[in-house]
Design a protein around this ligand. Sequence first.
Ligand SMILES: Nc1ncnc2c1ncn2[C@@H]1O[C@H](COP(=O)(O)OP(=O)(O)OP(=O)(O)O)[C@@H](O)[C@H]1O
Ligand SMILES: [Mg+2]
Length: 288
Amino acid sequence: MTLGVPFVYLQGVEKRFSVDSSAVAVVALNGVDLGVQRGEFVCLVGPSGCGKSTLLNVVAGLESTSAGQVLLEGEPITEPGPDRLMVFQEAALFPWLSVVQNVEFGLWSQGMDRRERKKLAREFLRIVNLSRFENALAHELSGGMKQRVAIARALAMKPKVLLMDEPFASLDAQTRDRLHEDLQNIWRATGKTILFVTHNVDEAVYLGDRVVIFTAHPGRIKREVKIPLSRPRHKQDPALAEMARLIVDELREEVWETEREELGLTEDEQNGERWELVRKRLEELEFL
Ligand SMILES: Nc1ncnc2c1ncn2[C@@H]1O[C@H](COP(=O)(O)OP(=O)(O)OP(=O)(O)O)[C@@H](O)[C@H]1O
Ligand SMILES: [Mg+2]
């Protein structure tokens, strides 16, 4: 690694998308500077459309940048690679392969021999507590179990960076809590570098060493909040609730701005007058 350069380093990153060959480009990222240390767990939060997934895609090498640079261990990221793997909201398992075969798949494509890849896949299934289900098919698993397979599948590939885009967003609260606990332990045991996108601030403060807050579209970093609490952390810790409150306050303004922009609301309409206008209009229409 180049001396002094963070493990993952985004410098002045800009990403513009041209839509329908129109002259006006969508600015998804705008002057983003972010350094992530090896082994750090960094959570990204921000209003919908602010560019969080775009940032992960850029680190994954799935999207190019319009300006700026993205480095891993001091080397530019130019294409996807097994050293940076994504875990998405939907696990996207191969439905015709068993759980263990799904975990083995990437290892197989890298040419690992059968015995070795089976051993490794089983080891990672043990880590995510799915040993009993190694022969099950995807449709036989709950949503939480599928995400466990996706995590095992990614970890087995020994990535340098794990990129997680709202991986628990579609799970029920209890399953999510269990997965938080397990991910915390997996991260402590493996020392992986993780970039984790979420809308759930409680999740971000529970898991992260640092929470990076994005502004409303176009995405810039508004503020970074260090979470200086030791692990293992506990959901009931009042210090976590305090940090979450701080971040929610920072986020509220950004979420409102996004809403105003998307729905074309004035500040007054957003603050409540809108419903007075709705009521008057319905009265005029003799609906009320
Ligand atoms: N392939 C694309 N082509 C055109 N515009 C895109 C593309 N991908 C993303 N965008 C736009 O870039 C902006 C950022 O999108 P992105 O998906 O990164 O946001 P996000 O923060 O992940 O949002 P969410 O929280 O809803 O997942 C949005 O305005 C989006 O419409
Ligand atoms: Mg997204």
